[in-house]
Design a binder for this molecule. Sequence first.
Ligand code: URA
Length: 434
Amino acid sequence: MRLFYDIIADKRDNIALSDEDISYFLESYLTGQLNDYQMSAMLMAVYFNSLNDRELKTWTSKMLYSGKVLDFSDIDGFVVDKHSTGGVGDKISIPLAPLLAELGFFVPMISGRGLGPTGGTLDKLESIPGFSVNIDVDKFHKLVREVGFSMIGQTAEIAPLDKRLYALRDVTATVESIPMIAASIMSKKLAEGIRGLMLDLKVGKGAFMKTFERGKKLAQTMQTIGNQFDTHVDVLFTNMDEPLGYAVGNSLEIMESLDVMQGRYVPQVSELTIEMAATLMKTFGMVKSLEEGREKAETALKSGKVYEKFRTLAELQGGDPRSLDDRSRLPMANKKVEIKAASDGFIAEVDALSFGKALIQLGGGRLRQEDSIDPGVGFIINKKVGEKVSRGETLYTICYSSAAKLETAKEYLEDAVVISGSEVLKKDLILGNL
Ligand code: URA
């Protein structure tokens, strides 16, 4: 076997690594024969010199098969999932998973927690009293088979190499490498045993990918990996300049998701949920056109069956279904303050990043993995970009539980909403596909 030093030197000098070298290097890291400082050097070399498609496939494969890979080959149906690159107010996974199940898909959804300004599906689900996202892989498998979907957190059994590499990338300033982000996300998604992935690539001020160009590159790289592993990756680019929908904060976002699942049309949230379901239905030949897919998705939402599916799953994962039927049982901060418009005009900006940061200050988000969350705090956005507003009207409502935290949160929101004297055009939520 070659020296670790020589393999690192090849990548440093932009010489493509052989599959054998990549396998040996990554396996050695997993078994402890290769230490963090040499792996850090490799990560930095990959950061600068990237991976070609062949290297990417081998790298992803090593991460994928470092743990358990679920097998749904005995299921007579399409097994799919959705991934969002993360946003503020992005609760789409919650109505989408039961909607897909109602439409006949099987959805083994493994999600993350919120970190920094973007929220996480797990924290939102946990605001439902009793709901557990920590069930074992066998029960997860059974729920997907029997209910059509299940929603859990990352387990130690899925792609353990990614977990170790991610922690190292995080402290060595190497997270922002497109092939490594793509391999990291795809290894975890492929381990769910899916045949299709709906990727929501957020672009804008509140997004991980700040520019459309980088977002497109990431999406293309994820599609390349998908092709290599026989998994179709659909991509929608969506705007993350303003928060998605009207609710920001864990319990508030569950309430907004319930609205969508119960058939009420919530601008942006229902639109994106329906579009993603339609896209997957079209990809898998379940409908002839996107229009037909949208109609089917909308009909399913209006039927009440999507809500029933979610309620069933929530109960099977320990959640109290009464808190879904009666929202006053969901956590809610006991204080509210309305922030009013200082002038007449049109809403030009509702800055997603500022709301994401302010949510952390209220206690509804976390800066470190180990921080705990106050599920009842958050924001209701009363005016969205493009809307007309009169002086004194409510722009947004803050739901809070501590006056001191409210004051800090307000500092982050000072310039978050911009009112223009002239008319502002609404921006499209869906910017395009790939
Ligand atoms: N999310 C992931 O799962 N991995 C990355 O590398 C970045 C974001």
